[in-house]
Design a binder for this molecule. Structure first.
Ligand SMILES: C[S@@+](CC[C@H](N)C(=O)[O-])C[C@H]1O[C@@H](n2cnc3c(N)ncnc32)[C@H](O)[C@@H]1O
Length: 211
């Protein structure tokens, strides 16, 4: 399970700049405190198989809510990783540090063996460095994740042909990367327009692979 749920961060803050694109914190009504970890984590715990792994992004300021929900649902918190944004959004007045990391929480069903660790073991830092822009095409989704970040996670935590499920699929980045890396995938998304975006991306990839 690899997902990027609503962070409940949206506000009506907007700022325009003469020399760069504007900043907006209005991501859409789906990010408006409608769903919290207690609503979805128990369902994930219910459907993960015994050697299943949950990898999820979340709002840095509310990680405690996610960790509490994981524990309550009987999942085992294993590790945090960090996405270091090499070109983070600028600070408006330059008096605070830029928010240059996003947390990624990794949990499993139990502490046993058989989780999807990479076969080739070794020493790796728990930091993924990537721009906030995609190398591939950008969609209209306001919080599309870069394929590079998702690819690092899928390569490390799953094996070819494993099933990767994203219950908050948005523009379908997790499914697109899973397809590219030869994993099975299943995406769930409530907004019809984003489902169509994800379908288009997946169809484009299949055509490229056919050639
Ligand atoms: C943070 S975005 C995911 C973005 C995605 N990682 C990408 O790269 O495009 C979260 C998505 O969850 C969807 N969502 C919110 N509540 C949902 C629900 N109850 N069921 C399914 N999807 C939901 C939203 O519409 C939104 O597109």
């Amino acid at each position: 399970m690899l997902t990027d749920p609503p962070y409940n961060l949206s506000s009506n803050f907007e700022a325009d700049f003469p020399s760069r694109s504007s900043i907006s914190h209005d991501f859409g009504e789906w990010d408006d405190n409608q769903i919290t970890p207690n609503d979805w984590v128990p369902e994930i715990a219910r459907i993960l198989n015994d050697n299943g792994t949950l990898i999820t992004f979340y709002n840095n300021r509310r990680t405690h809510e996610l960790l509490a929900a994981l524990t309550q649902a009987g999942l085992e918190f294993r590790q945090k990783a960090y996405w270091h944004k090499t070109n983070p959004v600028p600070q408006l007045y330059g008096v605070k540090w830029q928010e240059a990391v996003e947390e990624i929480i990794i949990a499993t069903v139990n502490e046993g063996k058989g989780h999807g660790f990479q076969d080739q073991r070794g020493q790796h830092h728990n930091v993924i460095h990537s721009s906030i822009q995609n190398r591939g095409p950008n969609t209209d989704h306001p919080t599309q994740k870069p394929e590079e970040v998702i690819s690092t996670l899928i390569k490390w935590w799953t094996k070819p042909e494993d099933l990767v499920v994203d219950p908050f699929a948005g523009s379908g980045t997790v499914c697109v990367v899973a397809q590219q890396l030869g994993r099975q995938y299943l995406g769930i998304e409530q907004k019809h327009e984003y489902v169509e975006t994800a379908r288009t991306r997946l169809n484009q990839r299949s055509l490229q692979q056919d050639w």
